[in-house]
Design a binder for this molecule. Structure first.
Ligand SMILES: *Cc1c(COP(=O)(O)O)cnc(C)c1O
Length: 392
């Protein structure tokens, strides 16, 4: 017998749950693509995306997933031989470094293992760069594999007056945790539609500062990738924003989702919701771990844990994931990039996710731990519920 029938619950770090309202908004035929309605909608979405990122900078949208935004950054910023420093705190940072290297850059990694970026180590590395050869410093705000969260403001401060651009991948954090691109001094920011933005995969975004706009690299880019063409498109030139036909139904979806985040719930409440759900997950995992030292959060320091996804080391994680899917209709994230992926999993609390969903996912895991006789401490659900019960 299985108890999985009912509304399936996904707690994977992308694609995240898409609100029914957002799916319905996309469910309509395209209007005239040269008409006023779409021109207005496109401008509204561009404006919403800048508000979401805390910036008045330039914005170049692309059709494609997060890797497309990586490609766009490389095309616009990297010339063969350029020296690029990538700060890595997990699988995504390492993968990004490889991708940039494939464009001919000379890539150096400052690898922090599973730990968050240490700004002092960055300061020391840049101090050694006497001739200021390093053109850009790249890092993930949240590395989705380890569930880490970098302190972007501290990292900018650590760069001092070194001229390298600060380039941040906020694919797994935008819309889940604060991002103040302008106040924090981020030069280039990227994100994609299918995580905190609560939309289907298929659109991605590159915001870039005036300083990045005049960066001398990336001179060999084709017009398709050129961020200037997209960012300077006129209101009625939708093909110029999008390098061809606009993703019409995606624009309807983005407008609906961004209205929910920016104008209905409001970003401070959105961030507070994600923070509370994250703490509920940590409380449960810590309680399980109190009875079994092999059950551990991947990131020790709470200040360095992501608001959107939690990575966990847990014996028999693969078996547990299968059990909760088959018996409870709950899908958890795989142990992507973990040292021992079969004994690791991730719980996403990202995007359109509420306390009921997270308590449901944790309770399903509790049932799985019992059914599979995986040793664990008691009181996890009480601990998680106590976080949810705290006054707002
Ligand atoms: C998901 C993710 C990516 C890759 O995005 P895709 O849409 O899978 O191409 C890159 N960076 C981070 C931090 C991510 O979370």
């Amino acid at each position: 017998m299985s108890l999985a029938a009912g509304h399936a619950l996904i707690a994977i770090p992308g694609p995240s749950p898409v609100p029914d309202r957002v799916l319905r908004a996309a469910h309509r035929a395209a209007p005239d693509i040269y008409g006023e309605e779409l021109a207005d909608l496109n401008m509204r979405v561009m404006d919403q995306l800048k508000r979401l990122a805390g910036t008045t900078a330039h914005l170049a949208p692309y059709i494609g997933n997060g890797h497309t935004a990586w490609e766009a950054v490389a095309a616009n910023l990297v010339s063969p031989g350029d020296q690029i420093l990538v700060l890595t705190s997990g699988f995504f940072g390492r993968a990004w470094a490889e991708q940039v290297a494939s464009h001919g850059a000379y890539v150096e990694k400052l690898d922090f293992g599973n730990d968050p970026v240490d700004p002092d180590r960055l300061t020391r590395r840049l101090a050694d760069d006497n001739e200021q050869q390093i053109r850009a410093v790249l890092l993930c705000h949240t590395d989705t594999a380890t569930g880490s969260m970098a302190d972007i403001y501290a990292i900018r401060q650590a760069m001092g007056d070194h001229p390298a651009l600060l380039v941040v991948d906020a694919i797994a954090s935008l819309g889940c945790a604060p991002m103040m691109m302008d106040d924090w001094g981020v030069d280039v920011l990227i994100s994609a539609s299918q995580k905190g933005l609560m939309c289907p995969p298929g659109t991605s975004f590159v915001w870039f500062s005036d300083r990045a706009a005049t960066h001398p690299s990336g001179l060999r880019k084709s017009p398709f990738w050129d961020w200037h063409i997209r960012a300077s498109a006129g209101r009625e030139s939708l093909w110029q924003f999008w390098g061809g036909t606009a993703p019409v139904q995606h624009l309807f979806a983005l407008n609906e989702a961004l209205t929910m985040l920016l104008d209905e719930e409001g970003l401070p409440a959105v961030w507070a919701r994600h923070a509370a759900l994250a703490r509920a997950v940590w409380a449960a995992v810590e309680a399980w771990g109190a009875g079994n030292p092999d059950i551990r959060l991947t990131i020790d320091d709470p200040a360095s844990r992501a608001a959107s996804v939690t990575a966990v080391r847990m014996p028999h994680a693969d078996a547990l994931r299968s059990w909760v899917t088959e018996q409870c209709g709950v899908t958890l994230g795989i142990g992507l990039g973990a040292q021992d992926p079969a004994n690791a999993l991730r719980i996403a609390h990202m995007g359109h996710t509420n306390a009921g969903m997270i308590l449901g996912a944790l309770a399903s895991m509790q049932a799985g731990l019992i059914a599979l006789e995986i040793p664990h401490g008691s009181g996890a659900l009480h601990a998680a519920a106590s976080v949810i019960a705290e006054p707002a």
